[in-house]
Write a protein that binds this ligand. Structure first.
Ligand code: APR
Ligand code: PHB
Length: 393
């Protein structure tokens, strides 16, 4: 078997890339370890930057998003129960964000993948990229117990944080930068109307809380918890009480409680690997970098990576130039690091850290009060939240 680009992983990075390559007339094969239902059903964040919305449109898969997604022109912050609003549109010359769950994005991607005959092999085990530092790389895997191989020009690791691709880069070349946060997010989904039209990020002395949503009838809430805590220790009533306390009385009065149908605890991590290319291997999305979810940058960074990479591959196949491929890692990392900074800053501003001294908490509150009262501070938050430009000046 032969293809031009072998993509490992059929998450958002892998599927967006496969569709972009199809658009450019480049042949690709996607290899995914899990089943399609498993990948599609994973509950992840639900905020799309303008860049992601535009990519959905450009690929011709944005119709349902425009019908069912919710355009938010701003967000709310809360400090010790007092909520205030930041208007992104006013501060950024009209930019907004789209609230549309990642599982919906995945459905739209998969529909297009099927309609456009892009090849995706699910339940591919033992996927192994090989000869990546030669001009004849190939990938082997196991399918229904049968050993398979595809020869290709390039391999792209879109296989997430736990993938195999990153580990193919020699340790002497790969640099990793990491911050592990000493807490997690307990998240729930419930079929109840959201408490507010736009999201609320709350800093409370008991810890962070986030009120988000998937639709006018489906809410997504998170509360910061200790990593040692177990789901069983968090019956719904306890979660709702904690959400209401941390959001404060004004928002709590608008919270509709109901049974949760999804409940999980996720750790928070900042992580970047450099470079994002080695020989004929490229990394994109969570395979190369993780952000803490505060600010919802994970999916959006995967989108900018694959836009950059597809442009570089198109240039290579059109005129044989390697220049853009050579520049991919530098270009992608420049945007990645800015989003890493924003997610790290927003996490630090809104969470309760163990061993926080009263001084640190005073600093958080002072900064939030500053944001509340300063157009300049709000503009900084807004331009990062809606997403920095793909082509900075
Ligand atoms: N072989 C084949 N597939 C693999 C392997 C492997 N060895 N290891 C991982 N995968 C698959 C996973 O099963 C998963 O479906 O790669 C995919 C990676 O998908 P994501 O983890 O979603 O990563 P990415 O596509 O980069 O998504 C970026 O979306 O899912 C969110 O949190 C994620 O916000 C981030 C963004
Ligand atoms: C979500 O809706 O899941 C969500 C929204 C915003 C975030 C993180 C998660 O910052």
């Amino acid at each position: 078997m032969r293809t031009q680009v072998a993509i490992i992983g059929a998450g958002p990075a892998g599927l967006f890339l496969a569709l972009l390559l199809r658009e450019a007339g480049i042949d690709a094969l996607v290899l995914e370890r899990q089943t399609q239902d498993y990948v599609q059903g994973r509950v992840r964040a639900g905020v799309l930057e303008q860049v992601a919305v535009e990519l959905m449109d450009r690929l011709g898969i944005g119709a349902r998003m425009h019908r069912e997604g919710l355009i938010h022109t701003g967000t709310n912050l809360a400090v010790d129960g007092e909520v205030f609003h930041i208007n992104f549109a006013k501060l950024t010359g009209g930019q907004t964000i789209m609230v549309y769950g990642q599982s919906e994005v995945m459905k739209d991607l998969n529909d297009a993948i099927a309609a456009r005959d892009v090849k995706v092999i699910y339940e591919a085990t033992d996927v192994a990229p090989q000869a990546l530092d030669t001009v004849d790389p190939f990938v082997t895997w196991c399918e229904n117990g049968v050993a398979k191989r595809v020869d290709c020009d390039f391999v792209v690791g879109c296989d997430g944080y736990h993938g195999v691709a990153r580990s193919c880069i020699p340790a002497s070349i790969l640099k990793t930068f990491e911050r592990v946060y000493p807490f997690g997010w307990l998240g729930i989904l419930a079929d109840v109307p959201p408490c507010e039209e736009e999201l609320i990020y709350a800093n409370h002395e008991r810890g962070f809380a986030l009120a988000s949503m998937r639709s006018p009838t489906r809410s997504r809430y998170y509360v910061q918890c200790a990593l040692s805590e177990k789901i069983e220790e968090w019956p719904d009533d306890r979660i709702w009480d904690e959400i209401c306390t941390r959001l404060g009385p004004e928002a709590a009065a608008k919270v509709t409680r109901g049974p949760s149908f999804e409940k999980s605890i996720a750790p928070l991590r900042s992580f970047v690997t450099e470079p994002m290319r080695w020989g004929h291997l490229f990394l994109a999305g969570d395979a190369a970098h993780i952000v803490p979810p505060t600010g919802a940058k994970g999916l959006n960074l995967a989108v900018s990576d694959v836009i950059f990479l597809s442009e570089a591959l198109a240039e290579y196949y059109e005129n044989g130039s390697q220049a853009a491929l050579d520049n991919y890692s530098t270009r992608a990392l420049a945007r990645v690091w800015k989003a890493e900074r924003f997610s790290w800053w927003f996490t630090g501003l809104t969470h309760r850290f163990p061993n926080t001294e009263p001084f640190d908490r005073k600093m958080q509150v002072a900064e939030l009060e500053y944001i509340r009262s300063s157009r300049a501070a709000q503009a900084t938050l807004a331009e990062n939240y809606v997403g920095l430009p793909l082509r900075p000046n």
